[in-house]
Design a protein around this ligand. Structure first.
Ligand code: F6R
Length: 559
C-alpha cells in the first residue's frame, strides 16, 4: 500500500518528509521518492527499493527547501522501478497519488491526441499530472478541481506547481488523506502515524474535499466553496509507534495486548454493571433492532465470527456475519430495523466502507468498531465504538483483534441487558470477570520462549492445519491466517467437526495440527477430533488453559 506525505513550513522539508515516510514503511512499498522546491525549481529524486536507498541517493544531492512532498509506492500500474516511482511531473505540475484511476488509458490517449503529451512511465499517476497540467492557467486549485471531474476511481492526490511553489493542494476521493496542523507548519499524509513526530492535531478530509496548505494556514474547499473544520486531537504518540526494544513492531504489539484490552474494557464497562458504549438516544435503536449484521474483512471478520456466538446468545436476534467484499453482491434486503456493525482496525478498508455506505443509504442503523480515530468508517457510521489498542503499525492485526473481541463481547451483553434478556446481576456475572483477562493474557505471553522453540522444530513444514469448534472455530481460522501471512507457510483453519468431511485425508505423520481445546461445552467433541488426528499419526499441538493429563497422553505438544 502506498504512503503519502506533504510538508510546508519553516523547517527543511526533506528530513521531515523522509522521517514521516519512514513512519509509513509498515504499509509495505517497493519504491520511494521526494520532491522539494529549492527556491527555483521543484527537484525530484526517486528510487526503486527502500527509503534507505533513496537516502543514499539524496546524500549526494543538496535538496534544500521548506515545501515538499514524498511517497512510498506499492506498484499497481507498471513495475516497481525508478521511473514509475512517484512523484511524477508534467510541465509545472508535480504530484504523488494513492489509489487507482480506472479510466487512465482513455485519458492518456486523449492527452496524447489533443495535447501531444508523451509519457515516460507506465503509471496512472503521470496521466493525472498531465491532466492537471492541461487545465493549468496559473491557478493550481482550479486546475486540480477541473481535472478531478474527469477521473474515475479512487485517489488521494497531493500536488505542487512550480509556478505557485508556496502551496500544496490535496484532494481526496475514496482514499484517506489527513492534514496535520503544527505550529506555523502544515502537513498532509495518508495515515496518522506519519504525522505523530510533528503534531497530534489532525483534520481528516472527506471524499471530494480539497485542502490548500500554505505557510500561514490551510483552507478547505468542497464543491468550490470554502468551509472550515476544527482540528481534532489524537491521543497517540510517536513512542506508541516505535519498536521500544522489541525485535520488531509486531512483537511489541503482541505484548501490548494485555494493556490494550484492559484500556478498552475499562473505557466501556464498570464493575457496577454500567456500560459506556452508546448515547441513550442511540440505544433505543438497538432495542428496536430486529436483526444484527456483522461485516468486516480478514482478521476483523474473524472477530465478527467469534462475536456471532455472543450476539446469538445475549441479543436473541438473528445474526448474519459477512465478508465485506461479498456483502454488496448478495441480493440483500436491508431493513431499517437492521443493526449493521462494521469492524475495522484502520477504519479505511474499502470493501467494509462500501458495505457501510450501502447500509446507511438503506436506512439501517450502523455502528463502526474502529481503532483509528477520525477514520472514514468511524466518521460515516451513525455511532462508533473505538478499540483502544493504540496505533497498530504491524501489517498483521494482533492487538486490534483482541480489543475488537472485548468491544464486541460488551456490545453483545449490552444488547442482552437493554433488550431485557439479562438482569443486572447476570450482566455483572458475565462482565466483571473480564478484569482477569489482561492478567491471563500476560500468562499466555510468558509462553513466548517455549513457543519459539516449538516454531524452530516445525519451521520447515509446508502445511499446517488449525482446528477449533464453537468460539474457537474462528480462532482457528485466525491462527491459520496469521501463520500464512507472517511465515509464508500454507495453513488451513477448519471447524474440527468438518475434518471428517474431507481434510482428514491430508493428515499423516508430516502434518502439524494445531488444536484449540479448552474445557468448554465442546471439549469432548474436540478430544475425539484429536483422537482422529492421532490415529493418522498427525502431530497434535494443543492449547488448553488447564493442566490436562488426558490431553497430555494424546498430544505431541500441549500448551
Ligand atoms: C490480517 C490483517 C488483515 C486485516 C484486514 C482488515 O492480519 O491484518 O486481514 O484484518 O485487511 O483490515 P481492517 O481491520 O483495517 O479493516
Amino acid at each position: 500500500m502506498c504512503g503519502i506525505v506533504g510538508y510546508i513550513g519553516k523547517n527543511d522539508a526533506l528530513p521531515v518528509i523522509i522521517n514521516a515516510l519512514k513512519m509509513l514503511e509498515y504499509r509495505g512499498y517497493d519504491s520511494a521518492g521526494v520532491a522539494v522546491f529549492d527556491g527555483k525549481t521543484i527537484r525530484i529524486v526517486k528510487r526503486k527499493g527502500k527509503i534507505r536507498e533513496l537516502e543514499q541517493e539524496l546524500s549526494s544531492k543538496a535538496l534544500k527547501g521548506t515545501v515538499g512532498i514524498g511517497h512510498t509506492r506499492w506498484a499497481t500500474h507498471g513495475r516497481p522501478d525508478d521511473i514509475n516511482a512517484h512523484p511524477h511531473r508534467c510541465g509545472p505540475i508535480v504530484l504523488v497519488h494513492n489509489g487507482i484511476v480506472e479510466n487512465y488509458l482513455e485519458l492518456k490517449e486523449k492527452l496524447q491526441r489533443e495535447n501531444g503529451n508523451s509519457f515516460c512511465s507506465e503509471t496512472d499517476t503521470e496521466v493525472i499530472a498531465c491532466l492537471i497540467s492541461s487545465k493549468y492557467r496559473g491557478n493550481l486549485v482550479e486546475a486540480v478541481l477541473e481535472a478531478v471531474k474527469e477521473l474515475k476511481g479512487s485517489y488521494a492526490l497531493v500536488v505542487m506547481s512550480e509556478k505557485e511553489p508556496e502551496k500544496i493542494v490535496a484532494y481526496r476521493k475514496d482514499s484517506p488523506l489527513i492534514l496535520g496542523v503544527g505550529d506555523g507548519e502544515y502537513f498532509v499524509a495518508s495515515d496518522i502515524p506519519a504525522l505523530l513526530p510533528y503534531t497530534n492535531r489532525v483534520v481528516a478530509l472527506e471524499d471530494d474535499e480539497c485542502a490548500v496548505l500554505k505557510r500561514d494556514g490551510y483552507l478547505l474547499l468542497k464543491n468550490g466553496r470554502e468551509f472550515s473544520k476544527e482540528p481534532k486531537v489524537v491521543h497517540w504518540s510517536t513512542a506508541m509507534a516505535d519498536e521500544a526494544g522489541y525485535r520488531h513492531i509486531m512483537q511489541k504489539e503482541i505484548f501490548e495486548q494485555p494493556k490494550a484490552v484492559a484500556d478498552t474494557l475499562n473505557a466501556y464497562y464498570s464493575a457496577e454493571g454500567e456500560f459506556g458504549l452508546f448515547e441513550e438516544s442511540f440505544s433505543q435503536k438497538l432495542i428496536e433492532a430486529e436483526r444484527i449484521r456483522l461485516v468486516a474483512c480478514g482478521t476483523s471478520y474473524y472477530a465478527c465470527m467469534v462475536s456471532r456466538y455472543w450476539f446469538d446468545r445475549f441479543s436473541r436476534l438473528p445474526v448474519d456475519v459477512d465478508i465485506a467484499s461479498e456483502f454488496r453482491y448478495r441480493d440483500l434486503h436491508i431493513d431499517k430495523r437492521d443493526l449493521c456493525i462494521f469492524v475495522s482496525q484502520s477504519g479505511e478498508t474499502a470493501d467494509t466502507l462500501a458495505a457501510l455506505r450501502l447500509c446507511n443509504s438503506s436506512g439501517a442503523t450502523t455502528v463502526g468498531v474502529c481503532n483509528v480515530m477520525e477514520s472514514t468508517i468511524a466518521r460515516e457510521s451513525q455511532a462508533v465504538v473505538y478499540t483502544l489498542a493504540g496505533p497498530e503499525i504491524g501489517v498483521a492485526s494482533t492487538k486490534a483483534f483482541t480489543t475488537q473481541l472485548a468491544v464486541l463481547f460488551l456490545m453483545a451483553v449490552y444488547m442482552g441487558w437493554i433488550r431485557e434478556h439479562l438482569s443486572k446481576d447476570e450482566v455483572k456475572s458475565m462482565c466483571n470477570p473480564l478484569v482477569y483477562i489482561p492478567g491471563l493474557m500476560e500468562e499466555v505471553l510468558r509462553l513466548d520462549g517455549s513457543l519459539r522453540d516449538l516454531a524452530r522444530v516445525y519451521m520447515k513444514k509446508e502445511h499446517f492445519l488449525y482446528l477449533g469448534r464453537y468460539l474457537n472455530y474462528p480462532i482457528a481460522l485466525e491462527g491459520a491466517l496469521k501463520l500464512k501471512e507472517i511465515s509464508y507457510i500454507h495453513a488451513e483453519g477448519y471447524a474440527a467437526g468438518e475434518m471428517k468431511h474431507g481434510p482428514i485425508a491430508l493428515i499423516d505423520e508430516q502434518m502439524p495440527v494445531v488444536v484449540v481445546a479448552p474445557p468448554d461445552k465442546v471439549y469432548e467433541k474436540i478430544r475425539s477430533n484429536i483422537e482422529e488426528v492421532k490415529a493418522r499419526s498427525g502431530i497434535v499441538i494443543a492449547f488448553n488453559p488447564k493442566f490436562n493429563t488426558e490431553l497430555e497422553k494424546i498430544c505431541y505438544h500441549i500448551f
